[in-house]
Design a protein around this ligand. Structure first.
Ligand code: AMP
Length: 398
């Protein structure tokens, strides 16, 4: 169905045309009419599917129909796990809402309260917030929830992983009971379903194919290699391939800094992105990476959550992520909105179990490559599909 048939009015259709989207993605086709209809929603969709627009567009449409705005009151609350994602969703609202007069703000911790409080006093329609700071400001009476018409829990699984359940429950309890509630999550795990059961009345359910991020448009491969020569293999891959940009995932902050200096010694300029760097620097790095001024960004997993780079050609897992769902998330940074992308993972023997879990999650083995000069001395065995980790085996036996 084209955008024009989804029930969106001219200012939004114009903005969509300006950003250059030809047609709605699957989740947009499904979610937009339901949200406009006032349904509560439980949606399984990963980043990269166009999920942000699938809730932002109908929320803007609904809010624009009645432009009442009172100070210290938001009409829509969008909760996100990280500040980067909050900023990104806020950015999407500005883009799609460019022809509307609705106001939005990103609210997150680690920065001064004063500007956020002032923005609320000046009047805001949509607050995109991380749960902790939102509750904090609520506790200070800087924001009231009595006029919230719509509550979105974005990347709910990640918010639960990050320990936000208590904050989320408190927010839900303070929002009017008849507010429309939308929950988006990459996976509908038991804790997510539990949250949905307690927080959402009679939701419509949407599921975008579980493995959509791993299908078709993303070419995935692994390079088997010994752990101690991963950094020189990475330099080799970056030099040999003509990737215009790469997002490189690594496990720890310390590892990120170290890898950047190892690359530098080999004449490759990269930047480290992790939670140890201050907010301003992180913000600047994202902007520079998005603008193409940084070619290689070495990032820890949590920091990169939600980073949305147009036309990112490749994601490299320098360290294999855990758990398996994290792999699917990470590779979803490339191949956005059905463009072609590539995902390469460096795998050594001690990653074997982790690899089994990832390939079991995907339901297939990943293409293996050995690079001349970097062949592993300790070979990585072929994965056992349907691998069940030991702790799960035990709990099933019990
Ligand atoms: P998301 O899943 O919300 O993180 O969005 C992933 C990417 O898809 C973003 O870069 C969006 O700008 C882009 N996008 C969203 N909707 C569409 C669409 N209908 N057509 C093309 N690209 C889209």
């Amino acid at each position: 169905m084209p955008f024009t048939k989804l029930g969106l009015s001219a200012p939004l259709l114009n903005a969509i045309e300006k950003v250059g989207y030809d047609k709605p993605t699957t989740i947009q086709n499904k979610a937009i009419p339901l949200i406009l209809n006032g349904d509560n929603l439980l949606a399984a969709a990963q980043t990269g599917t166009g999920k942000t627009a699938s809730f932002v567009l109908p929320i803007l449409e609904k809010l624009s129909r009645a432009e009442t705005q009172r100070k210290k009151r938001a009409r829509a609350l969008i909760l996100t796990p990280t500040r980067e994602l909050a900023q990104q969703v806020h950015q999407s609202i500005e883009t799609y809402g460019q022809e509307l007069s609705l106001k939005s703000m990103a609210m997150y911790g680690g920065v001064d309260y004063a500007p956020q409080k002032q923005a609320l006093i000046d009047g805001i329609d949509i607050v995109v917030a991380t749960p902790g700071r939102l509750l904090d400001l609520y506790g200070q009476h800087a924001i009231h929830f009595d006029e919230v018409e719509c509550l979105v829990l974005d990347e709910a699984d990640k918010m639960l992983d990050m320990g936000f359940i208590e904050a989320i429950n408190k927010i839900i309890a303070r929002v009017p009971e008849d507010a429309q509630t939308l929950l988006f999550s990459a996976t509908l795990s038991n804790p997510v379903r539990e949250l949905a059961r307690s927080a959402i009345d009679n939701p419509s359910e949407i599921s975008i194919a579980k493995h959509s991020a791993s299908k078709g448009n993303i070419k995935q491969w692994i390079v088997t290699v010994d752990k101690d020569i991963k950094s020189s293999l990475l330099s080799h891959l970056l030099t040999e391939n003509s990737w215009s940009q790469a997002l490189i995932f690594i496990e720890t902050k310390h590892g990120a800094a170290k890898l950047v200096s190892q690359l530098e010694k080999r004449g490759i300029q990269a930047e480290a992105f992790h939670s140890g760097r201050n907010q301003k620097v992180r913000q600047q790095l994202i902007e520079d990476f998005k603008a193409g001024n940084i070619q290689y960004l070495v990032s820890t997993g949590v920091a990169a959550r939600g980073i949305d780079i147009e036309n990112l050609p490749v994601v490299i897992n320098y360290d294999l992520p855990f758990p398996a769902d994290e792999y699917v998330h990470r590779i979803g940074r490339t191949g956005r909105a059905e463009a072609a992308g590539e995902a390469v993972s460096l795998v050594s023997k001690d990653n074997f179990k982790n690899l089994c879990m990832i390939e079991s999650r995907l339901g297939h083995l990943l293409e293996r490559v050995e690079i001349e000069g970097f062949e592993p001395r300790k070979p990585v065995p072929i994965s056992i599909l349907n691998y069940v980790p030991k702790h799960k085996r035990n709990s099933e036996e019990r």
